[in-house]
Design a protein around this ligand. Structure first.
Ligand SMILES: Cc1cc2nc3c(=O)[nH]c(=O)nc-3n(C[C@H](O)[C@H](O)[C@H](O)COP(=O)(O)O)c2cc1C
Length: 199
């Protein structure tokens, strides 16, 4: 039995080189604010490129948002083993390269190894895949990950929420992701229906 004694909640967050680094960063910010979840951060080389380009954040600012930071080449890290219990993993954003590696079980760096472990241990894996348009390889890889139990979660805006800012769009997506792990959010963001707007 390998459940942690105090049932400590742990979530692995990986940021890869697809556009949308804000999703991973905002997820870390929200989890830090909510408290009660130990975050383990991984950022690929291309992920750092996009963090710097899109958000103009340096490594130390991003590292400060996580409880534990792992090097993507450190395949001997705790999260490389199923005996280290976590609630699962979010890859936000998830590039097509990382998606392909996860879909084929390559475990070619610590991000894809950790995802492989999450799948083999039947824990929750959520991939905020981002590319458009999609080719057949992308679609097949998404199908494979779904067949293995992973959740494909393209970060698409919900216009019915009438977001006024990019921040609101990002927050809505990140809250939906947090919901998938059963972490309680203080304010409900759930759709309340149209309240009589429809005929
Ligand atoms: C500015 C920029 C934007 C990119 N956007 C995407 C994207 O949206 N989706 C994607 O799959 N790859 C995108 N790429 C390409 C990936 O970064 C590249 O395939 C990389 O090898 C992914 O490696 P990783 O999965 O280890 O992060 C982008 C690259 C750059 C420089």
């Amino acid at each position: 039995m390998n459940a942690p004694a105090a049932a400590k909640r742990r979530l692995i967050v990986a940021i890869t080189g697809a556009t949308g680094a804000i999703y991973g960063v905002r997820l870390l910010e929200r989890l830090r604010k909510l408290g009660g979840v130990e975050t383990h951060l991984l950022v690929s080389s291309a992920g750092w490129l996009n963090i710097q380009h899109e958000l103009e954040l340096d490594r130390s600012a991003v590292h400060a948002l996580a409880d534990v930071v792992h090097n993507v080449r450190d395949v001997g890290a705790s999260i490389a083993s199923g005996s280290f219990v976590t609630d699962g993993m979010v890859i936000a954003p998830c590039s097509m390269r990382t998606l392909a590696s996860v879909a084929h079980g390559l475990s070619d760096n610590l991000i894809t190894r950790a995802a492989d472990v999450v799948l083999k241990e039947r824990r929750r894996l959520v991939l905020l895949v981002r590319e458009t348009p999609l080719n057949l390889a992308h679609l097949r890889n998404m199908t494979s990950v779904t067949e293995m139990g992973g959740v494909i979660f393209p970060p698409l805006p919900a216009f019915y929420q009438k977001p006024a800012t990019i921040d609101e769009m990002v927050d809505h997506t990140v809250e939906r992701v947090i919901d998938l792990f059963g972490v309680a959010l203080p304010v409900t963001h759930a759709w309340q229906g149209m309240r009589g707007e429809a005929d």
